[in-house]
Design a protein around this ligand. Sequence first.
Ligand SMILES: O=C(O)CCC(=O)C(=O)O
Ligand SMILES: [Fe+2]
Length: 225
Amino acid sequence: MTEIIDDGGTASAARARIGDAVRARLDRNPLVSRIDSPRLEIYGRQAFLTPEECAGLRALIDSDARPSTLFSGSANAEYRTSHSCNLSPWDPLVEAITGRICALTGLPPENGETLQGQRYTEGQEYKVHCDYFPVTASYWPAMLKSGGQRTWTAMIYLSPVESGGETHFPHCEFMIPPAEGMILIWNNLDREGAPNLNSLHAARPVTSGTKYVVTKWFRERRWAP
Ligand SMILES: O=C(O)CCC(=O)C(=O)O
Ligand SMILES: [Fe+2]
């Protein structure tokens, strides 16, 4: 019997290569800017989606959103107070936008989890967390089989927010205010392919207005839930 090596928490040449390829591709794109941070690889592109596309995705989220759960499956009233939903990959708008995220990053569509929509009304937030999986978590063995560690996150803001709702990276000492249509792309792993603690982030509480986002998390291998 071959034993599966539980290496999602360590450096890995395969994961480092994914980082290298995405970095090279984004660095070459004149529409994409690297956000200056020594501790985290993070990029942004304004107006990745048109206002009409943002409105279309907001309508899909409004039609299906329910109270968010945490990855562990527990509904946590305190920690992630937004509403969220998985967007159907067969919806033509979702399909088109997913294709564009993959073209932008060069990441294979089959490694991407289902596009998730999220809505935060006033007072709602998603407290500090990492998108990569802790290998000590009870759900890690299942994640290892379903595509392994998460690598890059792509997130698109779908609405302007009057105040609050910034995406805050506390170890990097910056936060990004939502701008309708803007995509943020960050590497949850470091250059060696190990989880990067500095990718810790939070969605700060919305203080006025409503915030909508879609998030796509990519795995190191084909996602097979
Ligand atoms: O809404 C945000 O600004 C962050 C969302 C987030 O962290 C996530 O979906 O993993
Ligand atoms: Fe996150």
